[in-house]
Design a protein around this ligand. Structure first.
Ligand SMILES: CCCCCCCCCCCCCCCCCCC/C=C/C(=O)SCCNC(=O)CCNC(=O)[C@H](O)C(C)(C)COP(=O)(O)OP(=O)(O)OC[C@H]1O[C@@H](n2cnc3c(N)ncnc32)[C@H](O)[C@@H]1OP(=O)(O)O
Ligand SMILES: Cc1cc2nc3c(=O)[nH]c(=O)nc-3n(C[C@H](O)[C@H](O)[C@H](O)COP(=O)(O)OP(=O)(O)OC[C@H]3O[C@@H](n4cnc5c(N)ncnc54)[C@H](O)[C@@H]3O)c2cc1C
Length: 643
């Protein structure tokens, strides 16, 4: 199962090597992180990033190895934005000449870049950004300016203190005419002493949610006062401005300016399974250690993992971690395919790639953020201790529901794609993830054929149920929209229904990709069978949770919904014997898990007890401040016995 989870034996060995490299290096210690003040915390992150980079250079790590190293270092840093957004943006939107100039500098870390798109006043609405880039033909330069307070760049990671350069998104003005938002490479700080260049005001935006957590990142604020950059620092693959001040658009679609977001959304889906599996590993191991009630004749109490309620909350999350792992693998393939096509100027699959990355980013991050919190509750009181690893994991993860596109805004993008597909059904055969809509007549007509709980153990029955639900919800939205004279008004009015239809479509993708995975050759005794059980758990759990949808569209009867729930209970009993092995298969070191509750050896209570004594409050028996603030209260003489 470790090989199935990793994807291949080579990946398992490689990731294992990187995990151990990090776990055995004292620089990457992370357990004191939540206790550090901001300055100390940030300096320590700079130290870790520098040490990580030294290892990459000294050990000549491959790109793949470097990515695993970053994962196991487990600390957001400015380098994420440099490697994860600044460089990909230049790769995707720069001309050959621009790539030749900037990529070697960035790849050798001679410059440090960030991705400065969001502003104080606008994040989701990219076309609403206010920063301007005005072309000055006399000087052959752009003048970058922040005309209002709300145009201040706000949020970019790595901007606050680390970056020397930023990829700034600004409204292009040529000859007094606006030409939409474009990307510009702007130097922010001196390469000699790191001080801000003239016209640049830059700093950190302040503390964020949770102790430690995302506070290792210097999310920044940035203002420009008529800062001049050479003309060739506008990324010009999509459109160009000539020396003479002529704006020209190439055959490349304008949407490619948003291409970096497609790339990062894809990586976020891949990472969702890592965050969720980590929380699930902690909660599952601890649920086997923890005992409450049920002792007979002085024997041991019941392991909480044996309670059906615990199983019905925990095992769907375990199944979701596997489901997200496999859909992430598929999405990576889809993205690589689109990337190759884009390089060859074939843009035909870009809309589907946008819809899939946006929708799956939204679906998986929402479920993962909720899942981590559920795992905390599954660990009872001890889950609330920082040493459980869950509070920091939650705090560091939840912004994923917002960054790279607010999850609701992204589902509305999926809705546009679905509505368009439905409206074109009469003359255009849908392909890819919307191919099922080509069978819409059958899906509208056929109802569920399940008669017994066992009938649900059939991939065909499951896929058809999810297809029918998604198709019927999409068609219902289409019919409702048709009643509006103004389609945009209709879209705004029906937004909540459209979001639900998008969720149905995205859940269908995850379920289908899990089932497709099971059609591949999966070596190892019992591995495929265990994955089949998890796949049914994932699908039937969703069906149970959203049974209102399946009933409302008239595909299921209440009896069939009940049978699905009966089957789910049986499946939980089948997961139980292998639950610990299924989380051990993630192959996480204790260092990466960062949790006393999730320790591999299960030695939870002695270690919790030991850790309590390491808290700085326990450095002395009498607390600092006792004599000043508590003792006077104890000693005070009140005039009356009553307060
Ligand atoms: C120690 C050493 C380390 C070594 C290092 C090793 C390697 C380490 C690697 C690390 C990797 C880490 C990965 C990165 C970490 C992640 C950290 C996250 C940080 C966060 C960053 C950000 O948040 S950046 C800002 C993100 N902002 C958004 O997402 C904004 C959301 N808004 C939008 O995307 C859009 O504006 C919109 C989608 C809402 C569009 O709205 P609107 O309707 O106004 O659209 P337009 O009119 O502009 O366009 C409509 C038209 O375009 C189509 N479309 C929209 N978006 C896209 C797209 N992305 N791609 C393709 N097409 C798109 C849309 O469908 C419409 O099409 P039509 O055909 O016209 O319908
Ligand atoms: C930790 C973190 C790191 C970040 N890093 C970066 C970075 O490196 N670079 C960068 O440029 N940006 C970065 N961002 C900014 C991030 O991309 C934006 O915050 C995000 O895109 C959401 O935009 P917003 O803040 O404008 O939210 P808003 O759009 O203001 O959302 C507020 C609410 O309004 C709703 N809403 C908005 N529009 C609509 C609509 N059309 N229909 C219905 N509801 C709507 C949303 O659902 C949400 O509930 C980061 C943000 C965070 C939290």
């Amino acid at each position: 199962m470790k090989v199935a989870w990793a994807g291949s034996r080579e990946t398992l060995e490689l990731s294992d090597r990187m995990a151990k490299l990090v776990a055995n290096d004292p620089v990457f210690e992370k357990f004191t992180r939540p206790m550090l003040g901001r300055k100390e915390l940030f300096k320590n992150t700079l130290r870790k990033a520098a040490h990580g980079w030294k290892l990459i250079v000294d050990l000549r790590l491959t790109e793949e190895e470097a990515k695993w190293l970053r994962l196991y270092i487990d600390e957001p840093a400015y380098t994420d934005l440099h490697w994860g957004m600044f460089i990909p943006a230049i790769e995707g939107q720069g001309t050959e000449e621009q790539k030749k100039k900037w990529l070697p500098l960035a790849q050798k870390m001679k410059i440090i870049g960030c991705y400065a798109q969001t502003e104080l006043g606008h994040g989701s609405n990219v076309q609403g950004l206010e920063t301007t880039a005005t072309f000055d033909p006399q000087a052959d330069e752009f003048v970058i300016h922040s005309p209002t307070l709300t145009s201040s760049k706000w949020w970019p990671g790595g901007l606050g203190k680390a970056s020397t350069h930023a990829l700034v998104y600004a409204r292009l003005i040529v000859g007094g005419e606006f030409h939409g938002v474009h990307g510009f490479i702007v130097q922010l700080r001196s390469l000699e002493d790191h001080s801000p260049l003239p016209g640049i005001t830059v700093g950190d935006i302040g503390l964020k949610f949770g102790n430690g957590a995302y506070n290792t990142m210097d999310n920044g604020v940035l203002r420009f006062d008529h800062v001049r950059i050479p003309r060739n620092q506008m990324l010009m693959r999509v459109s160009q401005v000539t020396k003479e001040g002529k704006y020209m658009q190439s055959d490349v679609p304008r949407q490619l300016i948003y291409g970096t977001m497609v790339y990062v959304r894809q990586t976020i889906v891949v990472d969702a399974s890592k965050a969720l599996s980590r929380a699930v590993c902690i909660a599952t191991r601890y649920s086997a250690v923890r005992r409450q009630f049920g002792s007979r004749n002085g024997g041991p109490e019941t392991q909480v993992i044996d309670y059906k309620t615990q199983q019905s909350r925990l095992f769907p999350l375990l199944a979701s971690a596997y489901a997200f792992r496999f859909v992430g693998e598929w999405l990576k393939w889809l993205y690589m395919d689109v990337k190759q096509r884009l390089e060859a100027n074939d843009f035909s699959t870009l809309p589907e790639a946008h819809a899939c990355t946006a929708g799956l980013k939204s679906l998986t991050t929402t479920a993962t953020a909720d899942g981590i919190e559920e795992c905390r509750k599954l660990c009872g009181g001890h889950g609330y201790l920082v040493s459980s690893g869950l509070p920091e994991l939650f705090a560091v993860y939840i912004p994923a529901c917002t960054y790279e596109g607010d999850n609701v805004v992204l589902l509305l993008q999926v809705a546009r794609f679905i509505v368009k597909t439905v409206s074109e059904l009469g003359y255009k055969q849908p392909v890819g993830t919307t191919a099922y809509m080509g069978r819409v007549a059958t899906l509208m007509q056929n109802n569920c054929a399940v008669r017994t709980a066992e009938d649900w153990l059939n991939p065909g029955a499951i896929v058809e149920a999810f297809e029918a639900r998604a198709a019927r919800m999409a068609v219902a939205c289409g019919r409702q929209l048709a009643k509006f004279e103004n389609p945009e008004e209709g879209f705004a009015e029906l937004a909540s229904d459209l979001v639900e239809a998008s969720v149905a479509h995205c859940q269908l993708i995850v379920v289908s990709k899990f089932i497709e995975k099971l059609q591949q050759d999966i070596p190892g005794k019992g591995v495929k069978q265990s994955l089949e059980i998890l796949c049914y758990v994932y699908a039937l759990f969703l069906l149970h949770k959203h049974q209102g949808d399946f009933l409302a569209v008239g595909y299921l009867t209440p009896k069939q919904a009940l049978l699905a729930n009966d089957q789910l209970r049986t499946l939980y009993s089948k997961v139980r014997p292998n639950a610990i092995a299924l989380v051990d298969s993630f192959n996480y070191t204790d260092h990466y898990l960062g949790s006393i509750l999730g320790r591999y050896d299960g030695n939870v209570y002695p270690k919790l007890y030991e850790a309590a004594w390491e808290d700085p409050l326990n450095d002395s028996d009498v607390a600092d401040g006792f004599h000043q603030y508590v003792q006077p209260i104890l000693k005070q003489k009140l005039h009356s016995a009553k307060l």
